[in-house]
Design a protein around this ligand. Structure first.
Ligand code: CAA
Length: 297
């Protein structure tokens, strides 16, 4: 496997492209939006700088990594030579189905098609292609260059061979792959999202404020971020969408999203990306890093 195409140049897409390029793969980074591609290359450069500053890579390795990435706005040309395509577009079922239908037509017949979806069924995605055995989930965690886990999701039709190839590839980029089956939320989000939702309910029921809830989980459970800060980091719209997949998929009320989360997303408060979520990230509050929006009172 040499040529890897990554679809979508947002946070996950640029992180995935960064890691493959760092390990010597030729990466085609594809996005319909030219500005988004420019921004992604800029972000990858800055994240590589952190690694150079830390001494984990050299300046020459940084330059080599950037050289390994070519950007495309046209999907057909961007995937034509791919041995593997990793789709990291917006978490929207119709969009992903459209992309996989096109990928099935454009990519080489022997190419593996992977999705970085955080909760959409791999079996469903595979069902719009004629290569179900070669469709798989490759769920990276944010920030991709830092987080070791790749959740490798086997759809109903995914072959042993495809799974073995992706497990092996994940190890080659120094990740720790874990194989899981395709049920709502897989493993990561089936466990993470109910915890985040419960933290939001704890706030909604005024048991404690944002900082207090996050402090309990950070200092009491050694989590690097509290659940409300993590929700802001992931994106509140993404958290809500995943909870809805869990709620619909299992039909169990325990996954019902907290009304406060629904209201915040409806109002446009999506966390870091919108400048406000459980914390405020606007320019004026940069010095204090983040200001909690809700307090106990
Ligand atoms: N690229 C490269 N390096 C990066 C980076 C990036 N994008 N972001 C951070 N780093 C590095 C920093 O250089 C730093 O390196 P050293 O410690 O070796 O110096 C290290 O990561 C820590 O970064 P910071 O000091 O800037 O900040 P921090 O200590 O607060 O750590 C964090 C930041 C790694 C994000 C940490 O807070 C953390 O682990 N948070 C939880 C992340 C998490 O849970 N992610 C999973 C989210 S769920 C998901 O992604 C899937 C889903 O489906 C929802």
């Amino acid at each position: 496997m040499k040529n890897i195409s990554v679809i979508g140049s947002g946070t996950m897409g640029n992180g995935i492209a960064h890691v493959f390029a760092q390990f010597g793969y030729q990466v085609n980074l594809i996005d319909i939006n030219k500005e988004a591609l420019e921004k992604a290359i800029n972000t990858i450069g800055k994240n590589l700088d952190r690694q150079v500053a830390k001494g984990t890579i050299t300046q020459a390795h940084k330059a080599e990594t950037l050289k390994n990435i070519t950007v495309f706005t046209d999907m057909q040309s961007g995937v034509s030579n791919a041995d593997l395509v990793v789709e990291a577009a917006t978490e929207n079922l119709d969009l992903k189905l459209k992309i996989f239908k096109d990928l099935d037509a454009f990519a080489k017949p022997e190419a593996i098609l992977a999705s970085n979806t955080s909760s959409i069924s791999i079996t469903k995605i595979a069902s719009v292609t004629n290569r179900g055995a070669d469709v798989i989930g490759m769920h990276f965690m944010n920030p991709v260059p830092v987080m070791k886990l790749v959740e490798v999701i086997r759809g109903y039709a995914t072959s042993n061979e495809t799974t073995a190839t992706i497990m092996d590839l994940s190890k080659k980029i120094e990740k720790a792959p874990v194989e899981v089956n395709d049920y709502p939320g897989f493993v990561a989000n089936r466990i993470l999202m109910p915890m985040i939702n419960e933290a939001i309910y704890t706030l909604y029921e005024n048991v404690a404020g944002v900082k207090e809830i996050d402090t309990v989980m950070k200092l009491g459970m050694a989590h690097p971020m509290g659940p409300l800060q993590l929700a802001d980091f992931i994106g509140l719209d993404v958290c809500l969408a995943i909870l809805r997949v869990l709620h619909d998929g299992f039909g169990n009320p325990k996954y019902a999203p907290c009304p406060l989360l629904v209201n915040m997303v409806t109002a446009g408060n999506k966390g870091i990306k919108s400048g406000e979520g459980f914390y405020n990230y606007s320019e004026g509050v940069k010095e204090a890093k983040v200001a909690a929006k809700f307090s106990r009172q």
